[in-house]
Design a protein around this ligand. Structure first.
Ligand code: ADE
Length: 236
């Protein structure tokens, strides 16, 4: 899968994504992450990419032309001629979820557009954006961190990116519940003992203990998820 990130801060996204599991997957050829510097496409002699909003108001807006030309440069390089999905990272988008990460992991190419300043000229958004995505109900200074969050979450859903040991079949959100608590050696630490069922070797009991803990944890920490889970159970 190929990620193409349109940004004014290419180093920021590349530094964050070239390490650990994502870096390893890039080296293995399962993924590629390129950052396209929008500023490289401005026709302005001072390399300006922003201007004042018509109608007045605070702050500057990113102009349409450099973004559109940066987008066209990605299309030219792509192997398929199908129109790619283009995600604009914005607090005005649908909130990013594990479900969307799984869906996007099926794309061959994904373009992520990072905004800065007070926003982007609406006309270029209308022209190229297919998905408006927010990573949560708070406002950041730019779309770079959200783009990195998305690349990370989508990448780990691409087959082969996680090893079997890393993939954790039962991890949080897999079945709409949070993951149960886990323990490793030693058996006792600061007077706290590992729950004895986990040392019993009795797989059925361990399984039902984990299910109970998952339910309890979800009910306590994420009552919203718990409610959805229970409603789905009733439907079934
Ligand atoms: N840009 C600024 N804040 C954002 C957010 N919460 N999600 C996505 N993009 C953003």
């Amino acid at each position: 899968m190929q990620f193409h990130i349109l940004t004014l801060f290419p180093e920021m996204v590349l530094t964050g994504l070239n390490t650990s599991i994502i870096g390893r997957a890039c080296e293995a050829g399962l993924l590629s992450v390129e950052a396209i510097n929008i500023r490289d496409f401005t026709l302005d002699k001072h390399k300006k990419v922003d201007d004042y909003p018509y109608g007045g108001g605070a702050g500057m807006l990113m102009q349409a032309q450099p973004i559109y030309d940066a987008y066209l440069s990605v299309l030219e390089k792509m192997r398929t001629k199908q129109r790619p999905r283009v995600v604009y990272l914005t607090p005005q988008g649908q909130v990013f979820t594990q479900k969307l990460a799984e869906e996007l992991a099926g794309e061959q190419d994904l373009i992520l557009l990072c905004g800065h300043y007070e926003g982007i000229d609406e006309r270029v958004l209308e022209e190229i954006v297919t998905d408006y995505v927010s990573i949560g109900d708070y406002v950041l200074t730019g779309g770079e961190l959200p783009a990195m969050v998305m690349v990370d979450a989508v990448s780990r859903m691409v087959p082969g990116v996680l090893t079997n040991r890393e993939s954790g079949e039962t991890e949080s959100f897999e079945n709409g519940l949070l993951e149960y608590p886990q323990y490793t050696r030693p058996e006792e630490w600061k007077g706290k003992k590992v729950p004895s069922v986990l040392l019993s070797g009795h797989h059925k009991n361990i399984e039902s203990w984990r299910k109970e803990e998952s339910l309890r944890r979800t009910r306590e920490r994420r009552p919203d998820l718990y409610r959805t889970y229970m409603e789905r159970g009733e439907e079934k």
